[in-house]
Design a protein around this ligand. Structure first.
Ligand SMILES: Cc1cc2nc3c(=O)[nH]c(=O)nc-3n(C[C@H](O)[C@H](O)[C@H](O)COP(=O)(O)O)c2cc1C
Length: 319
C-alpha cells in the first residue's frame, strides 16, 4: 500500500514513522536501522560529551545508511551550550533537526538559511503555534502517555493531537503511547501525518546501548508500571516504576527540591539502569506503551509487523 503523507514527502522517507530522540541510547546503530527500514532514525546530540563525538557518531551513521536521518537536540536538560553541537552537526551535513526541552529560537537562528528541516517537539497548542511562527517545518506532539519528559498539563495524545492539527498549518506528528499498527492508524485518524515512537524503539535488537535488563523490564511491565517523576521541579517525566522512583516520589512529597533530588535524577543514575542493567540503583524512562511491548525484534521486523497490522486495518475499513 501507499504510505505517502506530508511527513514522508517532507522528510523523503518511505513510512511515516520517526524514532524518538532517546537520550543516552539513540546512536548510529539504532538511527541507521530505522532509516534503513524506511522510517526516520535520529541521533541524540546532547548526550554526547562534546561536539567532536557528535561528529564521529554522525559519520558512523552516514556510513551505515544512505537514507535521511535527523539529529535531536534536547536543549533543556544539559549544562552544555548546545550551539556548538548544532554547528558540528551542520559540518557533517545534517539535513533534519528536531528540538525539544526549551525555547527553540536560538537553534532556528543558528540554522537560518541552511535549508535544514526543523521539527519541534511540543506538548501544548500554544507551543505548536509558536513553533510554526518561528518557521518549523513540522511539529511532534507528545501526549502524557509518553516516556521521558512530558508537558506540564497532563494532556493525552488522543485530545492533544487533533487540537494541534486544528491549530496549525504545518504537518503534525503524533507521539506518546504509540507502539504498533493500531497506534499508527489511530494517529493518522486524528489528523497526524505520522508517528514518533520512543519506548518501542528501545526494545529492539539494534538499540545496542540499552541493557538487556532494561529491555526485559519493558516486556515485563504492564501499562500500570510507569510513574511520572520530577513534577515538583516543573519537568514531569515518565519512568518505569521501581524502588528508585518510589524514593524520588517520596522525596518530592517532602518538597526536597532540586538540590535534594539531583543525585537521584542525574544522568549517572539513569545510565546505571539503562546501560548497566542495575535496576535497584537507577531509573529508566518509559511510556505507558510498555504495556504493549512483548518482544525484542529487529527494527525491520518491527516495521514489517506494524505496517502489516496497519494495512490490515486499512483493508478492513475499505470493506
Ligand atoms: C528513554 C527515553 C529517552 C528520551 N530522550 C529524549 C531525547 O533525548 N530527546 C527527545 O526529543 N525526546 C526524548 N524522549 C521522548 C521521545 O522522543 C518520545 O517523545 C516519547 O518516547 C514518546 O512516547 P512513547 O515512549 O510512548 O513512544 C525520550 C523517551 C524515552 C523513553
Amino acid at each position: 500500500m501507499n504510505w505517502e503523507t506530508k511527513i514522508t514527502k517532507l522528510l523523503d522517507i518511505r513510512y511515516p514513522i520517526i524514532q524518538g530522540g532517546l537520550a543516552h541510547l539513540a546512536y548510529a546503530d539504532l538511527a541507521a536501522a530505522v532509516s534503513n527500514a524506511g522510517g526516520l532514525g535520529q541521533v541524540t546530540a546532547m548526550s554526547l560529551k562534546n561536539p567532536e563525538l557528535l561528529k564521529e557518531e554522525l559519520r558512523k551513521t552516514k556510513a551505515m545508511t544512505k537514507h535521511p536521518f535527523a539529529v535531536n537536540f534536547a536543549i533543556g536538560s544539559h549544562d552544555r551550550p548546545f550551539i556548538p553541537y548544532v554547528e558540528a552537526a551542520l559540518e557533517e551535513g545534517m539535513s533534519i533537526a528536531t528540538i525539544t526541552g526549551g525555547n527553540p529560537k536560538p537553534v532556528f537562528d543558528a540554522l537560518e538559511g541552511t535549508g535544514v528541516k526543523i521539527i519541534v517537539l511540543v506538548a501544548a497548542v500554544r507551543q505548536a503555534q509558536k513553533a510554526e511562527e518561528l518557521g518549523a517545518d513540522a511539529v511532534i506532539v507528545v501526549g502524557q502517555e509518553g516516556g521521558g519528559h512530558l508537558g506540564r498539563d497532563d494532556l493525552g495524545t488522543m485530545v492533544l493531537v487533533p487540537r494541534v492539527v486544528d491549530a496549525v498549518n504545518i504537518p503534525v506528528v503524533a507521539s506518546g503511547g504509540i507502539g504498533d499498527g493500531r497506534g499508527l492508524m489511530a494517529a493518522l485518524s486524528l489528523g497526524a501525518e505520522g508517528v514518533e515512537m520512543g519506548t518501542r524503539f528501545i526494545a529492539v535488537k539494534e538499540c545496542v546501548g540499552a541493557n538487556d535488563v532494561y529491555k526485559q523490564s519493558l516486556i515485563d511491565a504492564t501499562e500500570r508500571d510507569t510513574v511520572v517523576i520530577k513534577r515538583s521541579l516543573g519537568a514531569p517525566a515518565r519512568a518505569l516504576s521501581n524502588h528508585w522512583t518510589d524514593k524520588i516520589l517520596e522525596m518530592e512529597k517532602q518538597q526536597m527540591g532540586y538540590e535534594g533530588l539531583k543525585d537521584y535524577i542525574s544522568g549517572y543514575s539513569n545510565k546505571k539502569y539503562i546501560h548497566e542493567g542495575n535496576k535497584d540503583e537507577g531509573y529508566a524512562w518509559a511510556g505507558q506503551v510498555a504495556g504493549l511491548i512483548q518482544d525484542i525484534p529487529t527494527v525491520s521486523e518491527l516495521f514489517d509487523k506494524m505496517i502489516g497490522e496497519a494495512d490490515q486495518i486499512r483493508k478492513k475499513w475499505q470493506q
